[in-house]
Design a protein around this ligand. Structure first.
Ligand code: ASP
Length: 345
């Protein structure tokens, strides 16, 4: 993990307007930094434009906050890795200690933005606002949505009402929790939602209107500490379907410290899979049961054989359960301790 040197850049934050909050914008790439054929929404290259371009493209940004940009990467978010997450969290945890930094915005590709937001929600150690955003249309498209998303994210990062609410996502005038946000559409500009839970609130221009809160533990209340970690334990996801070969679990066990099963219905799978999961437990490889259905809850009280050898994910989707299990494995492999975490986070 190589952390970009930001010490010189942030030695003294630019204080353009002492009346405004100072917001650090960390850019990772995605469609918001995408460039392609003029006015088109297809056939572009995500992660092409630098942070300076993104900040310059938002009119009146300097009227809502003093922004300083830092380029972490410039990638399609399919290429974001656990190392990028550790770099982001380390930089945020470091800069958050400074009194002259009031909030953070991360620009990110939309395809894995839900995963990055949950990881940071569990490991950043600050009450200061951390807001993630992106766009569905590249910067060169007609009606590009990036500038408004970035404007509203900076506004929320500078808003005292956002303090202590955990990592949040601002997208298409909605505010979502880092835990529950999910991409729900492959191309529309209003591409994010919180499944059963709606949203935390709305943005109108620079104003925030909050209506609900996430009750699950996050940020300063979370028990995870990445300060001594340079690599996250590998956790893999197996997708169950009719006739699914249980051999996939044997293979995943050779490369993983834990396994998530995206099961059918309330997180169930076939008898051959149940037998393999029992063997995995005996080999000290925890298995967490999730559902391939995108709403509802997965509980302990399913069929007896299932419940005995696996941990129910509660309401996390498989890609988020994978993050929690990986962080849990930095502390324990005990089933009951991991199960407690799946209820708390
Ligand atoms: N493939 C892009 C990414 O995730 C999609 C986007 O940003 O909307 O980086």
């Amino acid at each position: 993990m190589i952390i970009p040197d930001y010490s010189v850049k942030f030695e003294a934050l630019p204080c353009y307007n002492p009346e405004l909050k100072n917001v650090v914008v960390l850019a990772t790439g995605g469609t918001i930094a995408g460039s392609g054929e003029a006015h088109k929404t297809l056939n572009y290259e995500p992660g092409s434009l630098p942070i300076e371009h993104l900040l310059d493209s938002v009119p009146h940004l300097n009227e809502i906050a003093n922004c300083s940009g830092l380029q972490i990467s410039n990638l399609c978010s399919a290429d974001i890795t656990g190392s990028h997450w550790l770099i982001l969290a380390t930089i945020i945890n470091d800069l958050a200690q400074r009194e002259d930094v009031h909030g953070f915005v991360i620009t990110h590709g939309t395809d894995t933005l839900d995963e990055t937001s949950y990881f940071l929600n569990l490991v950043v150690k600050t009450d200061k606002p951390v807001i993630i955003t992106g766009s569905m249309r590249p910067a060169t498209a007609i009606s590009a949505d990036g500038p408004l998303n970035l404007f509203q994210s900076v506004a929320l990062a500078a808003n005292p009402e956002a303090i202590g609410q955990g990592v949040m996502v601002v997208f298409a005038e909605g505010i979502y929790s880092g835990r529950d946000v999910q991409k729900v559409n492959t191309f529309k500009a209003n591409a994010f939602d919180e499944r059963d839970f709606g949203c935390l609130g709305y943005m109108r221009d620079h104003q925030a209107f909050f209506y609900t809160r996430s009750l699950k533990k996050h940020t300063t209340d979370a028990q995870f500490d990445i300060s001594q970690i340079s690599e996250l334990p590998t956790v893999s996801v197996a997708y169950f379907h009719v006739d699914a070969d249980p051999g996939i679990l044997d293979y995943l066990a050779t490369i993983s410290k834990g396994i998530i099963i995206a099961g059918a219905g309330g997180g169930i799978y076939s008898k051959p899979w149940i037998d393999r999961v029992r063997a995995l437990k005996n080999n000290n490889i925890p298995v967490v049961r999730c559902s391939r259905i995108s709403s509802g809850i997965t509980l302990k009280d399913a069929y007896i054989d299932l419940s005995a050898n696996s941990i129910p994910c509660n309401s996390l989707v498989p890609q988020k359960a994978r993050i929690l299990l990986s962080l849990a494995l930095t502390q324990t492999t005990e089933y009951h301790e991991i199960a407690a975490m799946f209820n708390e986070y």
